[in-house]
Design a protein around this ligand. Structure first.
Ligand code: BJW
Length: 228
């Protein structure tokens, strides 16, 4: 990676697929006959909070049961060893990057193991269920929701992400379909500010044409091979 100093890596559900966590837009991307797009919205939460809480209770249990795979491990190694700037921007709500040992991780769509109190704004690490309406440990109100960015909500830490993209010499997208904005637009932004762009994915994504190079295959093979 000659002449590369600053790297931004965007990851999506595909990097955790081989850890047993389902992707969103695959054939089997349904949950109890609901499209994910129909449960991951503030409207769905207002309409049927119990349904949405059960969806995330199940996701939380799956996250806790999953283990990082060789793709997470390779990125953690890169993070430890890379002397320049590096930022792993993940759309995933699992903690597999961190459990593999990566430190420079930003969860733009929130975290499955975090609960956010809509009464007092506190955030708490949460491994149990929320569908039984537990009280917030800070204020006692039963007003906890998953700390997740749903459709129509603003993703976290966008200023930091765009600043890192502006400084990046290399932008790498791993295991994401390019169907959801603003993440789907990061490749164009990185190109505009002069970065080389690389896509590692099982199949061509919606934004494939924007990448200087696309390598197709499972992340557990492609990512360690790229990091080597
Ligand atoms: C493998 C593999 C293996 C498989 N190895 N690869 C019209 C036009 C443009 C935008 C909009 C529009 N209408 C509405 C919008 C905005 C909307 C949006 O983008 N909608 C689209 C559907 C069009 N976006 C929003 O609402 C966002 N907010 C927003 O825009 O605010 C405005 C704003 C932005 C910025 C500044 C100021 C204001 C919020 C989006 C929130 C997304 N939330 C979700 C759910 C919550 C998290 C959760 O429950 O987990 O996030 S939706 C879901 O999609 C989840 C994911 O993070 C996200 C992306 O999915 P991802 O990761 O790409 O997964 P898949 O399944 O789609 O793809 C997996 C890929 O992996 C595939 O390509 C496979 O081939 C591959 N793969 N196995 C390698 N082994």
């Amino acid at each position: 990676m000659e002449q590369v100093r600053n790297i931004v890596i965007l990851t999506g559900a595909g990097i955790s697929a081989e850890s047993g966590l389902r992707t969103f837009r695959a054939e089997d991307g349904l949950w109890e006959d609901h499209r994910v797009e129909d449960v991951a919205t503030p409207q769905a939460f207002r309409r049927d909070p119990e349904l949405v809480q059960r969806f995330y209770d199940e996701r939380r249990a799956n996250i806790l049961a999953a283990q990082p795979n060789p793709a997470h491990a390779a990125l953690a190694r890169l993070d430890r060893e890379w002397p320049g700037e590096l930022l792993i921007v993940t759309q995933n709500i699992d903690d597999l990057h961190e459990r593999a040992g990566a430190a420079r991780v930003l969860h733009m769509h929130g975290e499955g193991l975090s609960a956010w109190c809509t009464a007092c704004d506190a955030r708490h690490r949460w491994e149990g269920t929320l569908s039984d309406n537990p009280p917030c440990p800070s204020c006692g109100e039963a007003a906890l929701r998953p700390d997740i960015v749903w459709f129509g909500e603003i993703p976290y830490r966008m200023d930091e992400i765009f600043a890192a993209l502006a400084r990046a010499d290399l932008f790498v997208s791993i295991g994401t379909s390019g169907a959801v904005y603003p993440a789907a637009g990061f490749v164009q932004e990185a190109k505009r500010t002069g970065a080389r762009t690389l896509e590692l994915n099982l199949e061509r994504s919606q934004g494939s044409a924007w990448f200087d190079e696309t390598r197709l295959g499972p992340a557990s093979g492609l990512v360690p091979a790229w990091v080597e």
